[in-house]
Design a protein around this ligand. Structure first.
Ligand code: KG4
Length: 333
């Protein structure tokens, strides 16, 4: 089954063709990051307009690159929530028009379920159930993935998402947006014990997380140093900050996997690209004897293929939509 899939929830316009949920025939991505960099974050209005400009060109490019005809498309899928509402609407409307024109089913996909499904593309042997830590720019959640479509959140951030914390920290350090990758690069060779940052715990909710204290701590440290005219060791600062994020994520995930009795742990989302977090998960997997699945770098961030992968399993579960499908800024998993 060949699914033409669309992703436009934030600042990437992405169109893919995926076969049977596991095989990428093409995965076209147009990143708007350069358009937003000057503002230090995503400007929703600019994002929506850029999606409108890119989506039809990218859809044709995807069909050509997949080497298929429009008549070969068996279904159309779209990431319909959560995200920047104006941006999501562009993808949803375009996908609805495609499904109608091609007379094929329309499959709505939850963006975070898509991130989790990115792992199915990389690991043919991976099947639920498993525990997943989904870490992106807008979400940080621990998910009990009971089946391809039945999932339960067992812990989440109470405030900022991990990616948001990377982006804000990068900003205060004068690094470009999005800040995750520049911090990752800056931290290489830094001393992760030079600066001490808080790792928060939410009373009586061991699987919930909080990153606002860490964000405030780093902002205060940088501002204090600026006021005193002190030079900071930015590489060690980036390394110490990343250690604090990783220390907040990895042990919690290990504990949750033990609690649920899972031997498979999956990591998903843009922050899963972080080299320190990947290394810490690898070490934890070896120490605790669980199988670890982390997407290759190109499948960590937003992409259309992950939507096509999840869409296949949504279709098998009977989760299709009609032309009344709407876009949503927020949505339960
Ligand atoms: O999953 P994603 O592409 O978009 C959302 O669905 O939110 O995640 C984007 C986030 C950004 O906050 C970005 O700074 C972060 O992923 N990110 C990273 C790295 N690469 C991207 N964070 C830490 N280390 C990285 N190497």
């Amino acid at each position: 089954m060949k699914i033409l899939s669309f992703e436009s929830t934030c600042d990437e316009t992405a169109v893919a063709v995926v076969e049977d949920g596991r095989k990428i025939l093409t995965d076209q991505i147009f990143s708007q990051a350069d358009l937003h960099a000057v503002y230090g974050g995503v400007v929703p209005e600019i994002a929506s307009r850029s999606h409108v400009e890119a989506i039809s060109v990218l859809a044709q490019k995807a069909i050509d690159a997949a080497g298929i005809k429009k008549s070969d498309i068996d279904a159309v899928a779209v990431s319909y929530a959560p995200g920047l509402i104006g941006a999501v609407l562009v993808g949803v409307n375009f996908a609805k028009a495609c499904a109608m024109a091609l007379n094929v089913p329309l499959i709505p996909v939850h963006h975070i379920k898509g991130h989790i499904a990115a792992n199915y593309l990389a690991y043919p042997e991976l099947e639920p159930p498993f525990l997943c830590l989904a870490i992106s720019g807008g979400n940080t959640i621990l998910v009990d993935v009971r089946s391809y479509t039945d999932m339960k959140i067992i812990g989440s951030t109470r405030d900022d998402a991990a990616g948001e914390c990377f982006d804000k920290t990068a900003r205060v350090l004068g690094l470009p947006y999005p800040g995750g990758k520049p911090i990752d690069q800056l931290s290489q060779g830094g001393d992760d014990r030079k600066y001490s940052f808080p790792v928060s715990h939410v009373a009586d909710h061991p699987y919930d997380m909080s990153f606002s204290g860490l964000k405030t701590a780093i902002i205060n440290l940088v501002h204090n140093a600026q006021q005193k005219g002190e030079e900071l060791d930015k590489s060690s600062l980036a390394a110490s900050f990343t250690k604090a994020v990783s220390d907040s994520l990895v042990p919690r995930t290990v504990d949750a996997a033990k609690l649920l009795g899972y031997s498979k742990v999956v990591v998903a989302g843009g922050v899963a690209a972080n080299s320190r977090i990947r290394a810490d998960f690898q070490a934890a997997a070896e120490k605790n004897g669980f199988e670890l699945f982390v997407p290759p770098l190109r499948l960590c961030g937003d992409n259309g293929a992950m939507i096509g992968a999840q869409a296949y399993y949504e279709y098998l579960a009977g989760n299709t939509a009609g032309s009344e499908l709407n876009a949503y800024a927020t949505m339960e998993l």
